[in-house]
Design a protein around this ligand. Structure first.
Ligand code: CMP
Length: 139
């Protein structure tokens, strides 16, 4: 089925001018970028987005990092988009990411790993509505 998923190009990647190269990976995999905006999150906004990780030891570091520079939030659409995006991103830790994936090519560490993608249908829906209104998504 056609799905939508929320993607974030993280500050480590926007700083290194990698937005276009990362978008090319999505588009080459058949994912359509149906919404996109560049934002500089506050630490509080990052904290709200990553609320599910609040008890994790890396939560504070994660929120600091996500507020350390611009991010590009986007909605990707396509057949099985949630799984496909996770495939294109590669494993969370770049050391474990398959060759050719975004994280294998661009990520610097498990924390500064260039991209975020929703992990399931329910979270995709919540995460898309965190950043975008219906009017901003043009399929
Ligand atoms: P993401 O898919 O954005 O979802 C949660 C993020 O937490 C994850 O990617 C990683 O970037 C980050 N993360 C996971 N494990 C660690 C860790 N050990 N140290 C720092 N950040 C982490």
């Amino acid at each position: 089925a056609t799905e939508r998923t929320l993607s974030i190009i993280k500050p480590d990647a926007t700083k290194r001018n990698l937005t276009g190269k990362i978008n090319a990976k999505f588009e080459d995999a058949g994912l359509r970028i149906v919404a996109q905006k560049r934002l500089h999150l506050t630490k509080a906004q990052a904290g709200k987005f990553y609320e599910v990780h609040a008890e994790r030891p890396f939560y504070d570091e994660l929120c600091e990092f996500m507020a350390s520079g611009p991010v590009v939030a986007q909605v990707l659409e396509g057949e099985g988009a949630i799984a496909k995006n996770r495939e294109v991103m590669g494993a969370t830790n770049p050391a474990d990411a398959a060759a050719g994936t975004i994280r294998a090519e661009f990520a610097e560490s498990v924390g500064e790993n260039s991209v975020h993608g929703s992990d399931a249908a329910e979270t995709a829906k919540e995460e898309i509505s965190f950043f975008f209104s219906g009017l901003e998504i043009v399929g």
